[in-house]
Design a protein around this ligand. Sequence first.
Ligand SMILES: *[C@@H]1O[C@H](CO)[C@@H](O)[C@H](O)[C@H]1NC(C)=O
Ligand SMILES: *[C@@H]1O[C@H](CO)[C@@H](O)[C@H](O)[C@H]1NC(C)=O
Ligand SMILES: *[C@@H]1O[C@H](CO)[C@@H](O)[C@H](O)[C@H]1NC(C)=O
Length: 193
Amino acid sequence: MTSSSALVSLLSLLAALMISVAQGACTTLLTTEDAQYVFVPKGLDPGLYPPQGNVPIAQLFAVGAQHYTANGTAWVLTNATADLFNSRFEKVGVHFYLPQVDPMGGQPSWKTTSPPSLVTAKRLFTVQVHTNSIAWALLKATSSEDSCGLFGDVTYVQRLFTLNGLPPSTAPTKINATFSSSYTSFYVFYKQL
Ligand SMILES: *[C@@H]1O[C@H](CO)[C@@H](O)[C@H](O)[C@H]1NC(C)=O
Ligand SMILES: *[C@@H]1O[C@H](CO)[C@@H](O)[C@H](O)[C@H]1NC(C)=O
Ligand SMILES: *[C@@H]1O[C@H](CO)[C@@H](O)[C@H](O)[C@H]1NC(C)=O
């Protein structure tokens, strides 16, 4: 083999590697098995369902906390942070609030790092299903990034099956006091058909 043909085969090997890495970037930690775990009960308050034409692509389990700050008279929700797990309990992403509300009014966000993707949404509707847990909710996406990743092109997010996460039932006594309240929930992510 001449050195130039060796170089050509090295270059084509590198090109093939780069293509497989690029394709690999489009795989997610979700399997077809995950789609079978999407469970959205029928008969909920109609406000909790996204419009027809949106289909669930994943249901992730969230373990985290709702963060509250005292404004003087009340506990105000200021952030939420959670880890997101697929049906095999592998961590696939995180939930958090953007530092600022986005131009479309969205702040709650869900993010994957590998491959990267982000969706931000605003609340459309909430209903208190259990008195000792945060509301169930429907959120509409205000922006999303990286269609290759799980959350790219997501249109709606539902928060269902919440457990705990409420602020203290007594009014705060100190301004700017903070309180983090552990919670779990499922988030269901929708895309347009
Ligand atoms: C604190 O938050 C409550 C509930 O959102 C609101 O009604 C009240 O006006 C707020 N108080 C101050 C001082 O901002
Ligand atoms: C919420 O917490 C996350 C993680 O610490 C942080 O990146 C984000 O900026 C916070 N958002 C707000 C509104 O404080
Ligand atoms: C509460 O926090 C705000 C924002 O960080 C700050 O401007 C204000 O001075 C604080 N008030 C008190 C009483 O600590």
